[in-house]
Each structure stands twice: as C-alpha cells, then as structure tokens.
Design a protein around this ligand. Structure first.
Ligand code: SF4
Length: 265
C-alpha cells in the first residue's frame, strides 16, 4: 500500500496561532482562563488544553469577573468585545488575521454603499462574526436558506450584460490555506484509489474536503482518528490519500499514516 499525506494537512495558520496563544496564556496567567465553546473542532486538542487549565463556558455571562477570556480564531462580532469588557473580563484575542481582514473588508464595502452578501452557514461562528461588522448583511447558504431558489452544490453568478459594472463587486475571501487544501484534495482524489479525510464531524472545512473528494472518488471515507480506520476497506496494492481539515493536529495524521502502513506489513 502506498500512503500519500496531503502536504496541506494539519493545522492551518489561524488554528495553530490560536492554540499557541491559548498555551502561552495558560502558562503565564494569574487568573482563570476561559473560552466559550471549543477552541477548535478537535477533541484531542480540546482535552489537552483543558488538562492544562483552560476552562470552558457556555456563554460570557457565566464567566466570573476578573477572568481571562480567549476569543477564538473564527472571530467574534463587536458585541462580544463590548460585553466581555462590561463583565470585567480580560480579552485575549486569537482571531485569525485573515478573518479580521474579512471583517474589515465587509465593513469597508458597506461603508462604500454596497449591500454585503455573505456566502456561508448562518449558524457558523465565523459568519456570525462577519455579520456583526455590517448593518444589513444578506447571508446566502447553499441548499438551505433561500427558498424557493434551490442552489446546487456549485454556484455560478452571472449578471445581465448591460448592468453597471460599478455597482457590483465580488470579493473572494476564502483564505489561501482553504484554497490550497481544496485544490490538493481534488488532485489526490483523482490520482489515488482511496481517500481518507480526517477531522471532526462538526468541522465545516473538513466536511467541504469530504464533499470535494467523494464527488470525484466514491472510495472516500471520513474519520476522526486512526481507530476509525477499517482494514477491510483497503487492499494491499491501493494508493491511499490522507488529507485533514484545518483543526487536526499532525500527531493524528501520523498515527493514521502508521496504521495504514501496518495493515499489510
Ligand atoms: S481556515 Fe484560514 S481563515 Fe480560517 S482560521 Fe484557518 S487560516 Fe484563518
């Protein structure tokens, strides 16, 4: 068996940065350190940080005054900063700089008079954060939100040939690592016999990688850890691509690679 690990697998820049910020804060803080929800959609990482003292809260209001709150890589709307200050919390902001760019860009466009359309899942924290920076956003999520229009999995936007070009602006704010991963998984899905996508079930970017891969190669599985690998799915002469979402640590990918290599040795 030949195992090919996607070169863009593992933490993305923003997730790695947020985890480093959390570790550094935990190592130096004199007050309890909290986070609302999970820092990344990965049980191993969350467990590791909680063992180092990171506390999880359901909402800001339940965090004792004087504590430290870490804001996640996905970004937060302005109200979160205001509320944290009102509650007497010290903010450590781990928002990915690329998400901050989207906030800035969305606000800039609205200030210039554009109606801002945000393409994404309205329940995703990143989308909630972006929408916090514009007064009147329209959220378009394929498959779900716009009725009776039914979007297919790929959407193309075209406009009437005589529309005024100055009234339209399309800004692609997907980040570079997302584009690289999606490009790479399409190549790997074409060239390998089987594809293993690694990441949590609640990770949106992992879901997108899985969808891209399975559309090209039906022999694609989505797992969370090496323990989920089913030996009977593989054959000795398979080439197997392994690709992870942005919240999966390299240790998990290494374990998966080792387990696959051990199957027929
Ligand atoms: S996926 Fe991109 S924008 Fe999102 S946290 Fe990672 S690097 Fe930042």
């Amino acid at each position: 068996m030949k195992v090919v690990v996607g070169k863009y697998s593992g933490f993305c820049f923003g997730v790695k940065r947020a985890i480093d910020v959390a570790k550094e804060t935990l190592a130096t803080a004199f007050h309890p350190v909290y986070l609302v929800g999970e820092i990344v959609h990965n049980k191993v990482v969350v467990k590791d940080l909680e063992a180092s003292g990171l506390k999880r809260a359901d909402d800001l209001a339940s965090i004792p005054s004087g504590s430290i709150i870490i804001l996640k890589a996905h970004g937060s709307p302005p109200e979160t900063y205001e509320k944290a200050k009102e509650l007497g919390l010290e903010i450590i902001d781990a928002t990915c700089p690329m998400v901050t760019d989207i906030h800035r860009e969305a606000k800039r466009l609205e200030d210039q008079g554009y109606q801002v359309i945000v393409f994404g899942d309205k329940n995703h924290e990143e989308v909630i954060g972006i929408c916090g920076y514009v007064k009147d956003p329209i959220i378009i999520a394929p498959h779900e939100d716009i009725e009776p229009i039914r979007f297919r999995s790929r959407v193309a936007v075209v406009c009437q040939s005589t529309q005024k070009i100055d009234e339209m602006l399309f800004v692609n704010t997907t980040c570079q690592t997302t584009r690289q991963r999606q490009r790479e998984i399409k190549e790997l899905a074409k060239t390998c016999d089987k594809v293993v996508i690694v990441g949590s079930r609640n990770s949106a970017n992992t879901k997108h990688l899985y969808e891209e891969a399975v559309a090209i190669n039906a022999q694609t599985v989505w797992i969370e850890t090496a323990e989920d690998l089913d030996r009977t799915f593989f054959s000795t002469d398979d080439s197997v691509a392994v690709m992870s979402g942005a919240s999966t640590p390299h240790e998990i990918i290494n374990q998966i690679e080792q387990t696959l290599n051990s199957f027929f040795n």
